[in-house]
Ligand binder design. Sequence first.
Ligand code: NAG
Ligand code: NAG
Length: 510
Amino acid sequence: MNFVLLLLGLVGVARGYRILVVFPLPSRSHYILGNGVGRGLANAGHDVTVIAPYEDKNAPKNYKNVVLTGVEDALWKGEAKEKFNPVENGKVHPWFTMLFVLNFMGNHMIEKVLGHPNFQKVLKEQFDVVIVEQFRNDAMKALGCHFNAPLIMVSSVGVHTWVVADTGSPIPPSYVPDMSLSYTSDMNLLERGFNLLTQLVYYLNSYLLFYPAQKAVAQKYFPKCANNELIISNVSLYFINSHESTNEPVPAAPNMVNIGGYHISPPKELPADLKTFLDNAKEGVVYFSMGSNIKFSELGPEVTQAIVRAFKKIKQKVLWKYDGDELPGKPGNVKIAKWFPQADILAHPNVKLFITHGGLLSTLETIYHGVPVLTLPVFGDQRLNAARTEIFGYGLAIDFFELNEENFSDAIEKMLSDPKYFNTAKKRSVLFHDRPMKPVDSLVYWTEYIARHRGAPHLKVAGFNLPWYKYFLVDVIVVFVLLPVLLLYLLVKKLCSKASKRGQKKNKSD
Ligand SMILES: *[C@@H]1O[C@H](CO)[C@@H](O)[C@H](O)[C@H]1NC(C)=O
Ligand SMILES: *[C@@H]1O[C@H](CO)[C@@H](O)[C@H](O)[C@H]1NC(C)=O
């Protein structure tokens, strides 16, 4: 018996790596992703420490919470709140959001997080792998060097310029739209031009403004680790929170691994009242949630009342995640609550339509369960996600700021009456689940792989190390195209002038 215990102990030690997971953003949806990484790895037997602004009160026993207390207030209260109001941000140009809001947020948050006493304590521990969410926090890449452990980054929003800067993977502006725009892979001339310009602006912003500011912070907190560019961007692997069933396929270097959907657990039993509500909805149910950022109670009555009137007209029941205590004029078919177990509701067969802001988590969850979506995008990548659901054929979109009773009603009516949307969502769901291994197993496998091999330089494409003029073949174009053309031009010019001189001489001698 003792022998068996000893053996089990040894197996545990041999299998368990010490893994640090850092998801510092004070946003529930980002936390859900970080928590999913922590739980996935802890359930696989690893010793996981998760640094985040929130706590998992039911964490598995080898999952340690390190809570960044007060960081939530640092972003959502006072000076920062004014600048980082998502509803206001949704109305401005995406470049403005990137250059002012996200730069400000990233630089404002990084010191609050790195300097946090709970974070500082963790810096004295040791880890075999460090996993960090990539979201305008590049100074944290120095953690790999600090712990002398390989670094894995997680992109919560799919592939974009921040990711390819670390992997050297191509991101052709001809068909990969930037996440802040609402284009799809089918762009017209004007859109492709604007997409290219947007990429350029974002690169320039990163290299000229954002990275230098983050590097200064890294130098302050990790003086030994921020001396060269390579250390700051020494990323062994990227986990990408996306999948071909929900996102258009894009090129990815071998060190970019799609794990979209890993945070979703199989559905659980619904609370009794909700179960009865859903079971008894013979005509079906519409589930409506704008996530945690949109506060209907603070929006003013126009939008809310337009929505109320639209819901009054339909025969389906409605579940509405509503932040206020009371909804004036609430129709009989509508049930409100401040929180719903979203994934378990989407799993119920009577749910016919999901109305969402179109955050990536919601998009993934809806396809996991095969429910069509009406998206009301507000900001960030939501417009792009919405545009995708439209071209894939399982969704419609109305910009949240353009919503009125008429077009909201029309869209709901159309989606509930035309079976195309429901059937396409089901087809996409089948594609979502058809993979060589479950996304959470992929997360575990690749994390262990990176730990086992102490990094993965062999997965990095050479493009990562090329200077930009070589990467884009500017030198080749200069030497083999521009130079020959120039020489030819000079030659022709010379010959012409000789010919005309000869002509002049001839004229004179005549
Ligand atoms: C990059 O990370 C790997 C894995 O931790 C490490 O072996 C390597 O020395 C690092 N390179 C630099 C230049 O720090
Ligand atoms: C919804 O209505 C508003 C106001 O009439 C309009 O500006 C907007 O373009 C409409 N949106 C859609 C998707 O029909």
